[in-house]
Design a binder for this molecule. Structure first.
Ligand SMILES: [Zn+2]
Length: 61
Protein backbone atom coordinates (compact mmCIF):
# COMPACT_ATOMS: atom_id res chain seq x y z
CA UNK A 1 0.00 0.00 0.00
CA UNK A 2 1.20 3.50 -0.76
CA UNK A 3 0.22 6.64 1.09
CA UNK A 4 -0.35 9.54 -1.27
CA UNK A 5 -0.90 12.17 1.38
CA UNK A 6 -0.42 11.43 5.02
CA UNK A 7 -3.24 12.63 7.26
CA UNK A 8 -3.16 13.04 10.99
CA UNK A 9 -4.50 10.64 13.56
CA UNK A 10 -6.85 12.44 15.90
CA UNK A 11 -4.50 12.09 18.86
CA UNK A 12 -1.72 13.72 16.82
CA UNK A 13 -3.79 16.77 16.02
CA UNK A 14 -2.20 19.95 17.29
CA UNK A 15 -4.17 22.70 18.98
CA UNK A 16 -2.97 26.23 19.58
CA UNK A 17 -4.31 28.03 22.59
CA UNK A 18 -3.76 31.23 24.51
CA UNK A 19 -3.70 31.11 28.29
CA UNK A 20 -6.37 33.45 29.64
CA UNK A 21 -4.38 34.08 32.76
CA UNK A 22 -0.85 34.90 31.60
CA UNK A 23 -1.30 35.27 27.85
CA UNK A 24 1.14 32.52 26.90
CA UNK A 25 0.43 31.08 23.45
CA UNK A 26 1.33 27.42 23.12
CA UNK A 27 0.55 24.32 21.13
CA UNK A 28 -0.22 20.86 22.37
CA UNK A 29 -1.16 17.53 20.91
CA UNK A 30 -4.55 16.07 21.61
CA UNK A 31 -2.90 13.12 23.34
CA UNK A 32 -1.26 15.52 25.82
CA UNK A 33 -4.54 17.04 26.89
CA UNK A 34 -7.41 15.76 28.96
CA UNK A 35 -10.56 15.13 26.96
CA UNK A 36 -13.76 16.38 28.57
CA UNK A 37 -17.05 15.23 27.11
CA UNK A 38 -19.83 17.75 27.62
CA UNK A 39 -23.18 17.30 25.95
CA UNK A 40 -24.33 20.83 26.62
CA UNK A 41 -21.27 22.87 25.67
CA UNK A 42 -19.60 20.38 23.33
CA UNK A 43 -16.48 18.33 23.85
CA UNK A 44 -13.48 20.18 25.17
CA UNK A 45 -9.81 19.67 25.88
CA UNK A 46 -8.05 20.91 28.97
CA UNK A 47 -4.32 21.31 29.27
CA UNK A 48 -2.08 23.00 31.82
CA UNK A 49 -0.38 26.21 30.80
CA UNK A 50 3.39 25.51 30.77
CA UNK A 51 4.08 28.84 32.42
CA UNK A 52 1.49 29.42 35.12
CA UNK A 53 0.06 25.87 35.32
CA UNK A 54 -3.50 27.11 35.07
CA UNK A 55 -5.99 24.95 33.19
CA UNK A 56 -6.66 26.17 29.68
CA UNK A 57 -9.80 25.03 27.89
CA UNK A 58 -10.38 24.74 24.19
CA UNK A 59 -13.06 23.18 21.99
CA UNK A 60 -12.13 19.70 20.78
CA UNK A 61 -13.52 20.03 17.26
ZN1 LIG B 1 -0.65 30.76 31.78
Amino acid sequence: MKIIKRGKKSEERVYRVTCDDCGTVFEFKRAEAEYVSDQRDGDALTVKCPLCKRKVWTAAN
